[in-house]
Design a protein around this ligand. Structure first.
Ligand code: 2AM
Length: 179
């Protein structure tokens, strides 16, 4: 079995700029290291190797144009009253939505269950465990005007993920060009 997701990897300079948002003294935050930063198009989860091959083949048939995107703003994900992640957002982008829709139909063709959750494009910057509300508020306020772009998108990537004691380790299994 292998744990997969489809994502945009981010250019080195973009991850370095995002790194400047991380590392603040925010008790309860586990900051994502720059090498792990990405924009998820679709989480797949655990599949067997046969299904992984089908996914790779289906993603390989996608024809879509390259585009650019702009990262914009910061925010949090919450479940109930628990704030569990900090992210950088993405300016509205029809080309990104179009690519996401193509990835979704390719995965369904490859036998994956349809994704029912709404797509909220973001780059996760930290996972949170009971963060200090005042410090979290300061961080959100201090980075509210964050904006970075244009970021060129010339391919998308199928990643595998291994969960280790030090956090997840992502490996690019295949990249698919956009032209
Ligand atoms: P996140 O950035 O919001 O945490 C690899 O785990 C990627 O898949 C992460 O970027 C993660 O999004 C995303 N993902 C989406 N749904 C997930 C799930 N149920 N479990 C783990 N990761 C998920």
């Amino acid at each position: 079995m292998v744990r997969l997701f489809v994502a945009l990897d981010l250019p080195f300079e973009v991850r370095e700029r995002l790194r400047l948002l991380t590392g603040a003294k925010l008790p309860g935050a586990r900051w994502v290291p720059p090498e792990n930063m990405h924009l998820t198009l679709r989480f797949v989860g655990e599949v067997d190797h046969g299904r992984a091959d089908d996914i790779d083949a289906a993603l390989g048939t996608i024809a879509a144009r390259g585009f650019s995107l702009t990262l914009e703003g910061v925010g949090t994900f919450q479940s109930g009253r628990r704030v569990h992640a900090l992210w950088a957002g993405v300016e509205r982008n029809p080309a990104l939505e179009h690519l996401r829709a193509k990835v979704e139909s390719a995965l369904v063709r490859a036998g994956c269950e349809p994704e029912r959750r709404k797509f909220t494009p973001h780059v996760t910057l930290a996972r949170l465990d009971q963060p200090d509300p005042a410090k979290l508020g300061d961080w959100l306020h201090g980075n509210a005007l964050f904006r970075l772009g244009p970021v060129p998108v010339e391919h998308f990537t199928l990643f595998s993920s291994r969960l280790g004691r030090e956090g997840p380790h992502y490996t690019a299994e295949a990249a698919y060009a956009l032209r």
